[in-house]
Design a protein around this ligand. Structure first.
Ligand code: TYD
Ligand code: MG
Length: 455
């Protein structure tokens, strides 16, 4: 049976496959993401007559052993945290992020710091010398860290069999190419096939594999999104390149919670973990300024105090400008409408800018109250005491709603020396406030909040 070539159309964004060209992807609804790729149907990989190729067979569920997944504890506690408590043997972990954010640094540094584990770092991006130079900058020597420059998946398999590493790092998935697919590296079919092969290696040899994947802002490179369903865990490395912070976020995790967050700082000798994020994220202020409020948020299992900053000013042009960094703009507009309609604040002719300090992005609903407080503070030009913080959701009728894990939030604020925390009256009910020094202030509506703060 000869090889047959046919054209297939892929969506660059979600990997949807179609026999026809499309302008708008029928699966994810994105426009102009269609790419044409030639796919060779070699028939090599399929057994036509249904012959069994593997040793797998069905087992009654009660006979399957329920041993805990075995995990390798990595040197970075923040990395262990986002993985759900260490790296699970045989797992395939995708680390996505924009170019230059520090993905290679993160994984090379992890490999160098790991003792008594053999790491095979496979690079298709940089030469061995370049990687050595990076390792010198990080300043750690480790005999167990092996560097291989290779892009062919079949060759990689041979090396893995020979070296028998404990961990594999592939930098990056976009450079891999499988000889089973006749397409250039970086195309949708090549990325999918190479990832599937790396997954097979991971599962067969029970060795965890990190795949580095580039994402660009406009999604112009076929990237990590199309891999999300193949891999076990998706981590995203993000942060403003101009800030020192880097945030490692769990997007998907078959072995733990998908809302964890790890914080790092990039400096001249590589990445450093930030173990006490709250102190780091609150800007140092000497004098009180208006438009700043602190939110007691939860990022995954971890309470964190972050600063919300608002600037409200009279619109210079006819249409007021609204923009938010680190916070959902639609949510901000909703909160502004609530303030307008339910508490009578005239904001419709004002420009409103909102910013979450430190390049952090959060979608914790408990930020609402802090955002509202910051907007009101800027609007009235009256500062909020820097020892106050906020944790509650705001509803459409202006009511202040309860949020989850309120005790953890209060405890964190208490630990950091805050004096007052504003929460929903529904959260305050039945709360044992005796154990905290901090004063817990229950509020019922946005109107109440304004009165509490500014009289
Ligand atoms: P890199 O890890 O190559 O990013 P990615 O693999 O995501 O493309 O490098 C990130 C940036 O970090 C790069 O611009 C250089 C810088 N850097 C430092 O500031 N300190 C260091 O010790 C290292 C190794 C890199
Ligand atoms: Mg890199």
């Amino acid at each position: 049976m000869g090889a047959k070539e046919k054209s297939v159309f892929f969506c660059k964004s979600c990997g949807n496959e179609s026999p026809k060209w499309f302008g708008k992807c029928p699966a994810c609804g994105e426009w102009n993401t269609c790419v044409e790729e030639k796919v060779v149907e070699s028939g090599k990989r399929r057994t036509e007559n249904g012959e069994r190729k593997t040793e797998n067979f069905p087992l009654p569920i009660c006979e399957i052993s329920n041993a805990e997944e075995l995990r390798i504890v990595l040197p970075f506690a923040e990395l262990n945290r986002v993985l759900g408590g260490g790296l699970v043997l045989g797992s395939l972990v995708l680390v996505g992020g924009e170019p230059g954010i520090g993905k290679s640094t993160l994984l090379l540094q992890t490999a160098l710091q790991l003792i008594n584990k053999k790491v095979l770092y496979i690079s298709g991006e940089e030469s061995q010398t370049q990687i050595k130079m990076r390792a010198d900058r990080i300043g750690i020597r480790n005999e167990q860290c092996l560097i291989l420059t290779e892009t062919d998946t079949k060759e990689i398999l041979n090396h893995v069999k020979e070296v028998q590493p404990d961990i594999i790092v592939v930098d990056s998935i976009q450079t891999l190419s499988s000889p089973y697919v006749d397409a250039t590296a970086g195309t949708v079919s090549q990325i999918r096939e190479s990832a599937a092969e790396m997954n097979k290696i991971a599962k067969t040899y029970q060795v965890p594999v990190f795949l580095i994947g580039h994402i660009t802002k406009d999604g112009s490179i076929a990237g990590p999104k199309i891999l999300e369903h193949i891999v076990d865990t998706v981590l995203q490395f993000e942060g403003d390149r101009h800030y020192g912070f880097r945030i490692l976020r769990t997007i998907k995790n078959r072995f733990g919670s998908a809302s964890e967050l790890g914080i790092f700082e990039m400096n001249a000798t590589g990445l450093r973990e930030v173990t006490n994020p709250s102190e780091f994220l609150l800007s140092q202020r000497d004098e009180e300024v208006s438009g700043i409020a602190i939110a007691a948020t939860m990022e995954g299992q971890r309470p964190m105090l972050i600063e919300t900053q608002a600037l409200v000013s009279t619109a210079a042009y006819g249409t007021p400008q609204r923009s938010a960094t680190g916070f959902d703009t639609r949510r901000m507009n909703m909160l502004l409408a609530v303030l307008e309609k339910r508490a009578g604040f005239r904001l419709n002719m004002k420009d409103v800018f909102l910013n979450i300090a430190g390049g952090i992005r959060s979608d914790d609903p408990a930020l609402d109250l802090s955002v509202v407080a910051a907007v009101l503070s800027s609007n009235a030009d009256i500062p909020i005491d820097s020892r106050y913080c906020f944790a509650a959701e705001v509803g459409l009728s202006g009511e202040i709603r309860a949020v989850t894990r309120i005790e953890a939030r209060i405890a964190e604020a208490d630990k950091l020396g805050f004096e007052k925390i504003f929460v929903s009256k529904y959260n305050a009910k039945g709360l044992n406030t005796q154990r905290f020094h901090i004063e817990v202030v229950p509020v019922a509506t946005v109107y109440d909040l304004a009165t509490e703060l500014f009289g």
